[in-house]
Design a protein around this ligand. Structure first.
Ligand SMILES: [Zn+2]
Length: 470
């Protein structure tokens, strides 16, 4: 948006000719206050909602230990957040409403924003309810004690008060922290990624020292790689058991046949990482092994052929069929109750991550959208990839899902309050941008219909000839 248009956008309707700077700042401040007040209101509503849901669940016979499940997930959907974050937001709301009334009051009046209130809740999380309330009273955020204080200042004040109240539980928190150890992966620019491990300090230092020592040994023996490169390579080699790390572990790179065989520039997708450039994807395969096996490739896109790498890596190409235009992944059915390996691969390729809206967690379960015991079939239409937590939430009374017809695979998630959210599978590589409307509009012309019909027939023929090995 150019400058003139952004000015026009904030100009109040009516006679005022030009917004002046002072008024804009005043409005920005006022909106900030309102955001905090609204966050406080959301916290109160969340706690009330939790109470209502627990009561309803008790009436439905949900065991005491499972009361409250799915509440965070519903708040997440309403707030367009991931289920994990929904749970944390609910925890924050409970702490504010039930244990930290003065922090909540500061949020209501805009003296703290939602993030800074979160910091106070986090830093007092290890305390008993009484101690936490005492820290809340001591800090008295609603009296303006934090006026002008930044995040660090707030954390320091909360920590000091917490240590004073209960030095032991703060120390115990350190031992609890080790239960949080984990490994995570997130994308970095230029088809790199960060593999991060959160470890107890002794373990982390040991791993780092081990890698350093090995790298130094190799360098002393004349290895030309830098120490950083050697450490990274050693980490991959020792973890996967293979140099380069790829052989023996399926990575499921998804790309179009045009990208693979015709040097097309349509990007590919690497599950667990995201979108990668076409050239990089081709390089990965060609460097993996020179043997190009029996070529395949059908008119509609997808990966084909299986070829065995002559060198270090095996490259298996598996064909995925996508519908022309919409990019919907189409494929085979199965009568089995458990999703067979082929169908699981299909769902992994189609869904990429957990299908719950806003949840980016990796797929851990292959779920019957309509449960098997209620007649749901073991098909790709009725299957969806879900993460551990979402799979559990779906089993909670009052939740249901059903597939719905759409250009791409879509499912409706209905929550206990009757709200329905839609989840559409992400576009596969090769899916035209903004196809649906355009496609539907042109579909009305008879010419185009004939063409579509012909394409559909081609697809059928191709499919009968080459049974998809998805
Ligand atoms: Zn999920």
């Amino acid at each position: 948006m150019d400058a003139a248009r952004s000015l026009a956008a904030v100009r109040p309707s009516g006679a005022v000719p030009e917004p002046d700077g002072a008024r804009l700042i005043a409005e920005i401040r006022s909106l900030e206050d309102q955001k905090s007040a609204l966050a406080a209101r959301q916290a109160r509503l969340s706690v009330a909602f939790d109470l209502i849901q627990r009561r309803e669940q008790r009436d439905r016979g949900v065991p005491a230990g499972e009361l409250g499940s799915g509440v965070g997930a519903q708040i997440a959907l309403a707030r367009r957040e991931s289920p994990a974050r929904g749970g944390r937001l609910l925890g924050l709301a409970k702490a504010l409403v039930t244990e930290m009334p003065r922090t909540l009051a500061a949020l209501e009046t805009g003296q703290l924003n939602e993030w800074r209130a979160t910091l106070l809740v986090k830093e007092t999380a290890c305390l008993s309810a009484e101690d936490r309330a005492a820290v809340d009273a001591e800090l008295a955020p609603d009296t303006g004690t934090f006026d002008g204080a930044g995040d660090r200042g707030i954390i320091a004040a909360a920590r000091t008060a917490a240590y004073r109240r209960d030095p032991r539980s703060v120390t115990q928190r350190a031992s609890h922290a080790s239960t949080e150890r984990h490994v995570s992966l997130r994308p970095a620019p230029d088809t790199m990624c960060y593999l991060t491990a959160l470890l107890p300090v002794a373990a982390g230092v040991a791993v780092y020292a081990g890698l350093t020592r090995h790298a130094d040994t190799l360098r002393a023996a004349g290895d030309p790689r830098t120490r950083g490169q050697l450490m990274a390579d050693t980490l991959v080699e020792r973890t996967t058991g293979k140099a380069g790390g790829i052989s023996g572990i399926e990575i499921q790179l998804v790309m179009t046949d045009r990208t693979l065989f015709q040097a097309d520039s349509e990007p590919a997708r690497l599950p667990g990482y995201g979108i990668v450039p076409a050239g990089w994807a081709r390089d990965l395969l060609t460097n993996a092994g020179d043997a190009a096996g029996n070529t395949a490739g059908d008119a509609t896109g997808g990966t084909g052929l299986n070829s065995t790498g002559a060198r270090a890596r095996n490259v298996w190409l598996r064909r995925l069929y996508t519908a022309p235009g919409t990019g919907e992944l189409t494929g085979m059915d199965s009568r089995a109750r458990l999703f067979p390996a082929g169908l699981r691969r299909f769902l992994t390729a189609r869904d990429d991550t957990c299908r719950t809206p806003y949840c980016d967690a990796p797929i851990r379960h292959f779920d019957h959208i309509i449960p098997w015991h209620r007649g749901g079939t073991t098909t790709h239409d009725n299957g969806a990839g879900l993460c551990e937590a979402c799979n559990h939430t779906k089993e909670t009374p009052g939740w249901s899902s059903r597939p719905r017809p759409g250009p791409r695979h879509t499912l409706d998630v209905t929550t206990p309050t009757g709200h329905t959210y839609q989840a559409t599978a992400p576009p596969l590589p090769g899916t035209p941008a903004r196809q649906p409307e355009a496609d539907l509009a042109v579909a009305k012309s008879p010419d185009h219909r004939r063409q579509r019909h012909r394409r559909a027939n081609d697809l059928h023929r191709t499919r009968r000839q080459n049974q998809p090995a998805a």
